[in-house]
Design a protein around this ligand. Structure first.
Ligand code: DGT
Ligand code: CA
Ligand code: CA
Ligand code: ZN
Length: 585
């Protein structure tokens, strides 16, 4: 057990002791010990092995024994027993602003309230206000605290976080004292869902930068402000952390705070195997944990750190300990897709179904932002809630698309719309919403599920497989139907579907709507191994959704995809050829 984990445990022990109403000095001793541990410069193992715990200031004999036990056995029986004796919900209650251990204990003893949910109920029933020492004001503060904790403890879509973080990064970059700055953490790794944003800055002096950061537009409140760190709450309740370091430390801190934790652990191990120590302060030529500059192995950039550990530069999106080390060791990391490789989106909607814009408007806009083509795949008739098209309307739309294309051609433009349909995979009879004869008339056919979500996994899988086996279906749309942070995926055997797609030459969409990112990035390496191509689709319902291409590319990178793996990097001519393959095969 390392000192950070043990420090966390000691903090929790202190809370548990307070909840049990034990002597406050005893609780404080654990809080102090926790702080001492995090500031320790040596590994605990060394101190224990050499019997030198007594040298550490502020740690009494009783706590020394606990440290020994934790370090040698990896467990702390005292902590485990304490935990058993206090309801778990009560521990969570302590974190509510306006409550704390003393009040939590009182509420528990007097009303038997032992969870946040029960506490909220008791507030609404006006029970808390009538407890001795509480009152109306405290009660409403507790309710606010619960609200706050729910909202701000939540997780956020990468798109929302990016929209707030990028302007702040840009403005930090402009600050005169800032030397280098970047975003670290899960946002830099491009996770689909983000906890908080981590900004990192190098500067000669930090005070001005910290003030500047806390005054940025988008900052709603400042939760903490120190000499080298600050935490703020941004709009939508997103937390932002800033750390200011020296420019020498910058690349090391950037690598450390980019994570992931799992990736960092391997990096650390690699440094130890080479007689060094890597942490947020630097890479040190030392067999012990240290931050002493005299052992520093200077590195100007992350590239140099990786090189010192005999690794190719690992792009942030791949830092999940998901095979990147094996590949980087051999210099075999793929050259990841760039979003600018994308030439258009093949699954999109117009005002013929539930989109906002007309065919003319879509063509002009997508041409103006530099696309080569744009697929119009409105809903099919069974999606009546989305104004799905009947076969007659589909045929009319084909004509309308051709007219737009004729106009573009006359204007000497290269851009073209493609005709298509997002055809429903029906829930019964294992069928698609349109006959093959109609599908054969379209440039692009996307098959998706929009109804009958509650079927069993085997039924759902079979249903989708009929679409895969149809020679006119080019690709599957949003395979699992998940909506991040809103709706779980329906049950489906994704591996079986991927296998079948590989066998039939069917593509799978990476739906780039940030609520979906479906197929998930974790499955693309498998899909690739089965020879399945990816299509990064905006599923656009309005012009602004064209921006999803960039987000989708980020997720594709996270899934290790290269330009070659993605169909809509192809120029029009090769795309048209690819679109014919399955049909004629
Ligand atoms: P999030 O914010 O939950 O979306 O995810 P991250 O990855 O941004 O996590 P965060 O903000 O808690 O910390 C940023 C990075 O700092 C994390 O990816 C790795 C590094 N880090 C934080 N705590 C630890 C730790 O205890 N051990 C190691 N090895 N790395 C850590
Ligand atoms: Ca973070
Ligand atoms: Ca953080
Ligand atoms: Zn769609």
């Amino acid at each position: 057990m390392d000192k950070d984990r043990l420090a966390e445990i000691f903090e929790e022990v202190a809370v548990l002791l307070e909840l049990k109403g034990e002597n406050p000095f005893k609780a404080r001793a654990y809080t102090n010990a926790a702080r001492t541990l995090t500031q320790l410069n040596e590994p605990l193992e060394t101190l224990v092995k050499e019997n030198r715990l007594g040298e550490v200031k502020g740690i009494g004999e009783r706590i020394q024994e606990k440290i020994k036990e934790a370090v040698t056995t990896g467990r702390l029986s005292y902590y485990e027993e304490l935990k058993q004796s206090v309801p778990e919900g009560l521990v969570h209650m302590v974190d509510i602003p306006g409550l704390g251990p003393k009040k939590a204990k009182a509420v528990y003893e007097k009303l038997g309230v032992a969870s946040i949910e029960d506490l909220e109920k008791a507030c609404h029933q006006d029970q808390i206000a009538h407890l001795e020492g509480f009152g109306q004001k405290t009660q409403s503060k507790i309710l606010e605290g619960i609200e706050f904790k729910r909202k701000y403890a939540s997780r956020h879509l990468v798109s929302d976080v990016l929209a707030l973080a990028e302007p702040i990064l840009a403005s930090l970059q402009e600050h005169p004292e800032v030397i280098r700055c970047d975003i670290a953490g899960s946002l830099r790794r491009f996770k689909e869902v983000i906890g908080d944003v981590d900004f990192l800055v190098s500067a000669k002096k930090s005070a001005g930068v910290i003030d500047f950061f806390t005054q940025q537009p988008g900052v709603v409140s400042v939760s903490a402000k120190g000499d080298t760190k600050a935490s703020v709450i941004l709009e939508k309740g997103i937390q932002g952390d800033l750390r200011v370091v020296s420019d020498t430390q910058f690349p090391f801190a950037l690598a450390y705070f980019t994570g992931s934790k799992e990736h960092n652990i391997v990096m650390r191990q690699r440094s130890i195997q080479r007689g060094m120590h890597l942490n947020e302060y630097g890479l040190f030529q030392s067999r012990e944990e240290t931050r002493d500059p005299k052992y520093l192995v200077p590195c100007r950039t992350e590239e140099e750190i990786f090189a010192k550990l005999d690794l190719q530069y690992i792009p942030p999106e791949l830092r999940e300990d998901n095979g990147e080390f094996e590949a980087a060791e051999k210099g075999k990391l793929p050259k990841l897709l760039e979003w600018t490789d994308l030439k258009g989106s093949l699954h999109n909607h117009s005002n013929w179904s539930d989109g906002r814009d007309s065919l003319e408007q879509i063509a002009d806009h997508m041409e103006s932002i530099g696309c080569d083509y744009w697929g119009i795949t409105d809903h099919s008739k069974s999606s009546f809630q989305a104004n799905g098209l009947s076969p007659e309307r589909v045929r009319k739309q084909i004509k309308a698309v051709n007219e737009v294309n004729q106009r573009l051609k006359d204007q000497g433009k290269r851009f073209r719309l493609l005709t298509g349909s997002e055809v429903d995979i029906l829930s019964h009879g294992k069928k698609l919403d349109f006959d093959d004869s109609l599908l054969a008339e379209l440039d692009i056919v996307v098959a998706s599920i929009h109804q009958g979500f509650s079927q069993s996994e085997s039924e759902m899988t079979k249903r989708i497989l009929t679409a895969v086996e149809n020679r006119y279906v080019h690709m599957l749309g949003h395979l699992t139907g998940r909506l991040l942070l809103e709706r779980e995926a329906y049950k489906v055997d994704q591996y079986a579907i991927i296998d079948a797609c590989g066998e039939t030459g069917t593509w799978i969409e990476l739906n780039a709507n940030p609520l979906r990112f479906d197929l998930d990035w974790r499955l693309w390496q498998y899909a690739k191994s089965k020879g399945v191509k990816c299509v990064i689709n905006c599923d656009a319902h309005r012009h602004e959704h064209a921006g999803f291409l960039r987000l989708g590319a980020g997720i594709a990178r996270k899934g290790w995809l290269t330009k070659k793996d993605v169909i809509n990097t192809l120029p029009m001519k090769s795309l048209t050829k690819e679109l014919q393959k399955k049909r004629s095969g």
